[in-house]
Design a protein around this ligand. Structure first.
Ligand SMILES: [Zn+2]
Length: 191
């Protein structure tokens, strides 16, 4: 699968239970649940987290690759707890989670903004937003783009697209994959 794959609420992975084959555990970085990444994303995550530590803003991985079965269990538990409409606002349906691509990391700084919007205001969150593109990552769900990506801002969720595309998006100022690739906005599921 291309590292430029666009997964959103209108574009399920194909096949829907896609399993990444080149998975490795990133080396030398704290990884809360020891989840792997596709090899190029793992290498980039190693470089980015090492640079963050050098810059005085150490971070850890709190989520990476989640397979289809894991997402089924996670999503169903949210639906059971909060109902489907609420669950759809914060959790992707199985086959629609970018984590299933193996190209995504969620990061945290051991602070009080674990998986929260305020992570973007922390020194670590600011450093990552500024430097992620150098390592081939983008902030996939930026502020102000909810109607396009279908997700609330997630300043902790970094998607690997490779340094070339990340640099191109940065230089053109186009911050979503949907806009960059001229794809329809995906504010919600087709049902
Ligand atoms: Zn995430």
């Amino acid at each position: 699968m291309s590292i430029w794959v666009v997964s959103n609420k209108l574009r399920p992975l194909n096949p829907i239970d896609f399993e990444a084959s080149d998975l490795v555990i990133p080396a030398g970085v704290e990884n809360e649940f020891n989840q792997p990444l596709r090899e190029p994303a793992a290498r980039a995550a190693e470089a980015m987290t090492a640079a963050a530590a050098d810059a005085g803003v150490p971070v850890r991985i709190i989520s990476a690759y989640r397979d289809y079965g894991t997402q089924v269990a996670l999503y169903n538990s949210y639906v059971a707890r909060d109902g489907q409409a609420a669950a759809d606002t914060y959790s992707a349906r199985p086959g629609h989670s970018e984590h299933q691509t193996g190209l995504v990391i969620d990061l945290d700084d051991h602070g009080s903004c674990y998986l929260m919007g305020c992570f973007g205001e922390t020194p670590a969150g600011k450093w990552l937003a500024e430097h992620a593109a150098e390592y081939g990552f983008i902030v996939r769900y930026p502020e102000g783009k909810e109607a396009i990506t279908g997700f609330m801002p997630e300043p902790w969720h970094f998607r690997y697209v490779g340094p070339e595309l990340a640099a191109e998006m940065r230089s053109t100022g186009i911050v979503t994959l949907e806009e960059f690739f001229d794809l329809p906005a995906a504010p919600g599921y087709a049902e």
